[in-house]
Design a protein around this ligand. Structure first.
Ligand code: ADP
Length: 575
């Protein structure tokens, strides 16, 4: 428990290590303001707020909440501001944590005792007229949704509920106790705690904006020697989705790289200076932690890494890259951005690669989910992951959410009553969550949903309505020109013999997908090595050998099926 003697309000107070609150939590000014209004102002301006009937106390960030007003009006305990935000967003910075590790004790009943003691310490403090703050870190770990399987946690939730309700009853006597908790998984918390009268205010600690990132970088780079060419504004611009902790790690990594470089230079020149390339290399090592777990990799694929598909790439640039990069122009002219784009076509023809290239070109955070990620054996976990991904994408915007195998995530519904048992299947529940989340995007900016599927006709029609996947694009297998470009791309780093004619190879690889051609190039390289391990180039014979050992993954009939599906597309008429 941490107790703040002066209420932690006012804007000039210093934290324990001498920083002003703004400095200690650089960026996140909005969350700090909201916290001040909820937690500190009622302490500092108790008299004025009573006179004013408290309307002014309602946070600008939060809609006026009845329960908060009731608490204030009676001069009672404010039953808490409730931080939800990505890890590392400093939601725990101002106060000392009541962490899950201290509450989950080895012996039965010890966790509850720990909580009781924290509350009674706060009472003791408050009874002397000093405000007290009980801060619970990682509330989701201490008080997860109750279930029969986790008896210990259920008891701890019950204890906290009792303490908080008790808190309210005795509040007339003790006006100065606030319970504040932090979490990065709001939905995982037991719902009983989120009711009015308990945790009734919630403050989102968002991912820092570019300006806030700059402030944070300046803060951590304060004591570092920067070369004059280092432009922190540029570094901040490239760190979309990074939270405070990520930026701190980035500074550490950049300093480490500069240090290693210094070790390799002669004595006389030894000055530890961070160069721009140290920041760039550090960025490839420290990614934004918010995308961890839901994104596969930091996408570095560019449009030039995709052969052929010229028109399709242009179409995607217009639908995805422009609205993100030129958001201001779009809103100035009132052009509604595309919410979702569905790519369909045979496997191995670059649907995933196109989505990654779009994310890279627009410098958006890339979240990727596949059917396998969402089909969990526990009821409701897939939907929770889906909701969490949208929430993270909103926080890290601009973002692209990519659904691989979209037909598995949003399968056609069987009928009005769902399946024969009357219960919604996993697919139906995922679909309805996805529809709700996509409809919620209308209010968000900078988030585009991309989907890929080999079976567009298996996708529920509700998802193809305007405002959801409002653009449906067919990604065909490459034609001869496309194949030539794909071969060029995948042989870029290879040493090719003079006799290799990529155009000829392109001509004799009909029905090969991009993935097949990538495999062909690899196989030709292997053939050269198999022939002579010290080979210095890959020649035509190796490509011929590879060609005759590989078959295309498509057949004419299959391609016809796919293009027929494209014609039947309900939305292809529009584009
Ligand atoms: P899909 O999502 O359609 O199944 P992917 O995008 O995963 O296909 O492609 C699989 C592999 O094939 C990728 O590693 C990519 O490098 C290669 N590939 C496919 N199409 C192309 C293309 N047009 N240009 C370059 N590489 C391609």
């Amino acid at each position: 428990m941490s107790v703040s003697d002066d209420g932690g309000g006012g804007s000039d107070e210093k934290s324990a290590d001498g920083w002003r609150a703004e400095e200690a939590v650089a960026g996140n000014r909005r969350a700090l303001e909201a916290l001040r209004e909820l937690v500190a102002y009622p302490f500092l301006y108790a008299h004025e707020s009573r006179l004013l009937g408290l309307k002014v106390m309602c946070s600008r960030l939060l809609p006026p909440s009845d329960s908060v007003i009731v608490c204030y009006t009676f001069g009672l305990i404010i039953q808490l501001a409730f931080f939800s935000g990505p890890e590392g967003c400093c939601s725990t910075a101002p106060l000392a944590p009541e962490s899950p590790y201290s509450v989950h004790k080895a012996h039965v009943g010890e966790g509850e005792k720990f909580l009781r003691e924290a509350f009674s310490e706060a009472y003791a403090q408050a009874s002397q007229g000093k405000p007290a703050v009980i801060f619970i870190d990682e509330l989701d770990a201490i008080c997860p949704r109750r279930s029969d399987r986790r008896e210990n946690e259920s008891r701890i939730v019950g204890q906290l509920l009792t303490l908080m309700d008790g808190n309210k009853k005795s509040s007339k006597m003790l006006p100065h106790i606030v319970v504040v908790a932090s979490t990065n998984r709001v939905d995982a918390i037991d719902p009983a705690l989120r009711r009015a009268g308990r945790f009734d205010s919630e403050v989102d600690v968002a991912v820092p904006t570019v300006e806030e990132r700059l402030q944070i970088l300046k803060l951590y780079a304060k004591n570092l020697h920067l070369d004059e060419k280092v432009d922190l504004q540029t570094v901040a611009a490239f760190c979309n989705g990074y939270v405070g902790a990520d930026l701190e790690a980035l500074c550490r990594e950049a300093a480490k790289l500069a240090y290693h470089r210094m070790l390799n230079i002669s004595e006389g020149d030894k000055v530890l200076k961070l160069h721009m390339e140290d920041w760039e290399s550090a960025r490839s090592m420290v990614g934004p932690s918010i995308t961890r777990g839901v994104t596969k990799e930091i996408s570095t694929v560019s449009w030039d890494d995709i052969g052929g598909l010229k028109d399709l790439k242009k179409e995607l640039q217009k639908a995805v890259e422009w609205p993100i990069k030129h958001a201001a122009a779009f809103s100035r002219l009132g052009i509604p951005p595309v919410r979702g784009v569905l790519l369909h076509g045979p496997p191995g023809c670059s649907k995933t690669t196109l989505a990654k290239a779009a994310a890279h070109a627009s410098q958006a955070s890339f979240f990727s989910l596949s059917g396998a990620d969402l089909y969990s054996k526990y009821v409701g976990e897939g939907e929770a992951l889906l909701r969490r991904t949208f929430q993270k994408a909103r926080l890290a915007s601009p973002s692209i959410i990519f659904f691989d195998e979209a037909d598995a995530i949003a399968p056609k519904r069987t009928g009005p009553g769902g399946n024969s048992s009357g219960n919604a299947t996993v697919g139906e529940r995922l679909l309805s969550t996805l529809l709700t989340e996509m409809d919620g995007l209308e209010l968000a900016t900078g988030i585009i949903v991309l989907g890929a599927t080999n079976r567009p006709n298996a996708i529920d029609a509700a998802l193809l309505r305007p405002g959801r996947f409002d653009k449906v694009l067919y990604v065909p297998p490459p034609d001869v020109e496309g194949r030539y470009e794909i071969l060029r791309i995948h042989t870029r780093k290879m040493k090719l013999g003079e006799d290799v004619d990529l155009w000829k190879i392109a001509e004799c690889t009909e029905l090969f997908t991009g993935a097949d051609l990538e495999g062909l190039c690899r196989e030709a390289g292997m053939a050269a090595l198999r022939e002579d391990i010290s080979a210095s180039s890959i020649c035509n014979t190796h490509f011929q050998a590879a060609r005759s050992s590989l078959n295309p993954s498509l057949t004419k009939a299959v391609v016809d099926e796919y293009s027929k599906a494209a014609i039947n597309d309900p939305s292809s008429r529009k584009h």
